[in-house]
Every structure is written in C-alpha cells, then in structure tokens.
Design a protein around this ligand. Sequence first.
Ligand code: CA
Length: 232
Amino acid sequence: MANLIMIVEDEEALAVLLKYNLETEGFQVITESRGSRAIAEIEKNHPSVIILDWMLPELSGVEICKLIRSKPDIKAIPVIMLTAKGEEEDKIKGLGAGADDYVTKPFSVPELVARVKAQLRRAPEPVTEKELVFEDIRMDLVEKKVFRGENFVHLGPTEFRLLRTLMDMPGKVFSRDFLLKTVWGDNIYVESRTIDVHIRRLRQALNKYGPDYIRTVRATGYALDSSLKEEI
Ligand code: CA
C-alpha cells in the first residue's frame, strides 16, 4: 500500500501543488487546512509523514507539533515543518517543538519530496538484533523503546535514530557528516547545527535518569562514552 502523506497547510495553492507532486511520486495524500482539525485527522488517518505549515489559523504548526508529540499513538510520526520565517531562532523553536525536519518557504518541490522520502527511509528498518545495551541504557529495537534503568525514556524519532547509531558502536566518534547521512539520509541538506539541537534533546531526555554519556568531540562529532568528560 502506498505511504500516506498528510499536508496541513492553509495556502490552498501550495497544498494543491504539493499534493499533485507527491501523488505523481506514488504517495497517497490527504490535506487539511484548519489547524484545529489537524490532530483529529492525524489520529484518524495515521499518516506516514506529516508536512506541517507553521502559520495556520486557530492553532499554529508549533502547537500542533507539540500536541502530536504528546500523544502516544501518533508521537512517532515524522513531522516536516514548513515556514516562511527563515530566522535561526524560529528554526530552533520548530525543532524544539518536536519537528524532525524544517523547510523554509519558498522551497523547491523536488527538495521537499526528497525530504519526505528521507523521513520514510528512516522509518522501517530490518531488525537483526532485539536490543542494544550500553551501561544502564537499553534500547528495545522491536518495540522501539528506550529505557534507562527502570525508567522509560521518551524520545522523538530523530533522537531515537541518533541514539541507535551511537549505541551501535559505543566509544566510536561519529562525525556530524556521518550522523547526517545516517539519520537524515543522503542528498539532503541539513545544517550541522540541526544535529546539535537533536543531540541536546537526546541528552535532556536521557540525563533525567543518569549521567551524561554522550561525549562531544570538538570540531568532530559525538560518541557514546561513559569514561570521559565532555571536551570543551
Ligand atoms: Ca500558512
């Protein structure tokens, strides 16, 4: 069955253009123009990816994104945020609300389609191992859940992928470039600063229940390491 993409966008011309192009790529597409209806439609349809406009009447994209992330049955659905605002501060705010990717208007349609495909590539992954363990952190690869000791750690899909990569080879320093390719996919331009935002979120979630094991290697990248202090 074709992947279902949901577009939440009040600019009708843009919604129609995106729908047409995504359908040409073989996706099923539904659109919603009212922010207040978006959550109910997402819960009803369970799309594979949500393209969410920042500026919507009634309820903003940021508010909708936060709501998505607070609901267990839909929280894992990747969200690509669209916005006319290009300011770095807004970008950070969008990522802070739980968006997985961020596209600034005006954008090229092929670029957005590539980003949708990148989010879909991340989703299904052949499971060869059932779990990964590092110190007190346990990742259940079947249920896609992370525990620290007895505590369930709430992670967004991007943070899950990041942690999964780090846990595959504890101690290894992963470059930002490698993490971008692994977590976001090839042919996608993501600023390296975006990685830092997601690492910060991952740390916040994990460190609620124990010490910080994510090591920042200056000018290089990140590693999972329980023996070394963070380099400044
Ligand atoms: Ca809008």
